[in-house]
Design a protein around this ligand. Structure first.
Ligand SMILES: [Zn+2]
Length: 310
């Protein structure tokens, strides 16, 4: 038996072989975005062929969304200039095997249950705080998928409809619009507007340019005690706490694990304000909230678990 796991990200595509013990061989490349809608599946086939020892028996995929579960396509991702990218059909045509495709965070929560901190649990949520912000949920041991496969788009929970911060999706006051890696610079500039933030570490790291504000410098300056960076991290933490509270109210999980580069690179600064503030906004019992032990492998391990369990 030969199992293939695929993680289609906005930046990178990762393909791996694996078995019940985990990943065996992995390859990664920047995601092909210039060769038209078929370029992505061609790239995946080339990567599979570069590592497979024998013909695949099952393929599992966790993909950036939004996706169309039934058609096995990525429908409308802002990272591409084209829409409706076929993924599942070209792979079935090439290898004549079952292909299971879900969105990346749905895959990640499966990975968490199968290989990570959620082992034995029937109710868990995975949240990624990365370039984007998303979630996957298993409720009563069922993976939530939704009519098209985009059931747990927690990043687009509205936290403040009056806010002047507009999310990448075009809506006002979405959680992702404040707290994802691609949006933190805009929100940070907004928070600093009208303040004199000169003289501190944040000003030094950015040379005083708002254009140089990003998650990395903000969290670093906050660790070094810069009061404006600390204020931004605190605001992000407060928004995250509301987002996590909404998750607890919606899905009533026993465990929430957190991944994505912003959380993995700044674990204490991300988790502490969530744990401190979540109670103010929840009706349900607060679950355990912790960083995923799977690091950057949550999605691809989930894709592997989907391939193993088809
Ligand atoms: Zn949004």
């Amino acid at each position: 038996m030969s199992y293939i796991a695929i993680d289609i990200g906005a930046t990178n595509i990762r393909v791996a072989t694996g078995d019940y013990t985990g990943l065996i061989e992995k390859v990664m490349e920047p995601t092909e975005t210039r060769e038209g809608p078929m370029g992505v599946s061609r790239q995946i086939i080339r990567l599979i062929d570069s590592i497979k020892e024998e013909d695949p028996t099952n393929i599992g995929i966790g993909s950036i969304g939004p996706i169309n579960l039934e058609l096995g396509t990525i429908t409308n991702t802002p990272n591409y200039s084209f829409h409706n990218i076929p993924i599942k059909e070209p792979l079935i045509e090439e290898y004549k095997v079952p292909v299971t495709m879900v969105n990346d965070c749905a895959a990640a929560v499966v990975g968490e249950q199968y290989f990570g901190a959620g082992s034995g649990l029937r109710n868990l949520v995975y949240v990624t705080i990365s370039t984007g912000l998303g979630g996957g949920a298993i409720v009563d041991d069922n993976l939530l998928l939704g009519k098209e496969g985009n059931a747990v788009e927690v990043g687009h929970f509205t936290l403040d409809p009056e806010s002047e911060i507009v999310c990448g999706c075009g809506c006002r006051g979405h959680w992702e619009g404040f707290c994802s890696g691609s949006n933190i610079p805009k929100y940070a500039s907004y928070l600093l507007r009208g303040t004199d933030w000169s003289g501190g570490v944040l000003h030094m790291l950015t040379g005083g340019s708002m254009d140089k504000l990003d998650a990395k410098v903000i969290f670093e300056a906050a660790r070094k005690g810069d009061k404006y960076a600390k204020m931004i991290v605190e605001e992000l933490g407060y928004k995250n706490a509301i987002g996590f509270a909404n998750i607890v109210n919606a899905y009533d999980p026993e465990l929430i694990t957190v991944g994505g580069s912003i959380a993995l690179n700044n674990p204490d600064q991300v988790l502490k304000p969530i744990i401190e503030n979540i109670e103010k906004h929840t009706i349900n019992t607060i679950p355990e909230i912790k960083i995923t032990p799977l690091g950057h492998d949550s999605v691809i391990l989930g894709a592997l678990a989907l391939a193993l369990n088809f």
